[in-house]
Design a protein. Sequence first.
Length: 151
Amino acid sequence: MADRGIKFAKDGKTISSTDPDDYNFWTKYPPLNFLEKKTVTITATPTNYSGTTEVSHSYDFIPMVIGTIQRTSGMTPSSEFQMPCSYFTALPCDFGLFEIVNFNFSILSNKVNITWTASCGVMGYEEGPTVNVTFVAKLYFYLFPLGKSFS
């Protein structure tokens, strides 16, 4: 994107500054650049129904990440939902047990950790689904070049 000369300086900063951190918007720096998409498959089994899945990245900064999750096998495939999410889809559970479905992620300096639980339970008792259930997590990595925060 070419610099169109449009700048919006942060409060207390001058429009003549050459530091991109002094601006809320500057056409010299696109506000959001898509870097890449990474996909990982997570399988919940009757004996392994929660955990943390790591997805590494090689950026020298902490990127902005948007994550989605979709059940792809184990029952009828579900719609795609944005993470974090919980209780978004049915699991194959024994009679009388309810679903415990949670997906969340945390962005670290060299990886993204997806924490997940896809289990069945009642009154503090948890067990895995009655069949293997596969989920596909998609992570979309972005560069937000202006500033080190959104303020």
